[in-house]
Write a protein that binds this ligand. Structure first.
Ligand SMILES: [Zn+2]
Length: 217
């Protein structure tokens, strides 16, 4: 069977990388972006080691969910096994962005969790974001630890490394990136004043149910 490869999804990876860069959410070649086409089960991923502003659609690597390259001449992102492990573990994930923004990386180097402190965060991302156990970049161990700590939530911190966000589609994954970084910033500032209130679990649940009923999450 001929697998249909879409130029549109390659462009989505290119455009999202430029947007991440523009929003100061990552620098240089750090981080990686992928998209799962649910019709073909093919994964489109950023190539390794090319600056976001220099990536073109011809550089995007297309693989199946087992990691076999279907199209592309460049080396796929070093974190390909982490992206594939998440697509294989979670049916609801259609896009993944791994990035190195400042405030969530502050939490990622401490190993602390980001608790549910603001309404947009608990509705979109989950009750909290926890930090995965350490694994070397690109290792199978990092992929496994990220899947475990991500659980059913939409973001996870990678110890001494950065953050990974997921969404049903790229638009949602991008939104999760912004909300996690903003909430990490607020959390760190509030801690510097002295304290912040964590939203009680029952209120988080009520807000998540409301979001599900009203926005179809
Ligand atoms: Zn990284």
């Amino acid at each position: 069977m001929e697998l249909k490869i879409s130029e549109k999804y390659k462009k989505l990876i290119v455009d999202t990388g430029r947007e991440l860069y523009k929003q100061n959410l990552t620098i240089g070649t750090w981080g990686n972006i992928s998209f799962l086409d649910s019709d073909t089960d093919l994964v489109y991923i950023k190539p390794s080691g090319i600056e976001y502003n220099e990536i073109e659609t011809k550089d995007i690597v297309v693989l199946d969910k087992k990691g076999k390259i279907v199209e592309g001449t460049k080396k796929p992102s070093i974190e390909t096994s982490m992206h594939l492990a998440i697509y294989n573990a979670r049916d609801d994930v259609g896009a993944i962005i791994h990035y190195h923004p400042i405030y969530s990386s502050v939490l990622a180097v401490t190993g602390l969790s980001l608790p549910g402190i603001s309404e947009d965060f608990v509705q979109l991302v989950g009750n909290k974001v926890v930090c995965a156990k350490y694994g070397l970049p690109g290792s199978k161990e990092l992929a496994k630890n990220a899947v475990i700590a991500l659980g059913e939530r939409k973001a996870v911190f990678l110890l001494n490394h950065g953050t990974l966000c997921v969404g049903r589609d790229m638009k949602e994954a991008m939104k999760v990136c912004s909300v996690v970084e903003k909430t990490a910033h607020i959390y760190i500032l509030s801690k510097s004043i002295g304290k912040c209130r964590i939203i009680p679990e029952e209120d988080i649940k009520a807000m998540q149910d409301f979001a599900k009923d009203n926005y179809g999450n």
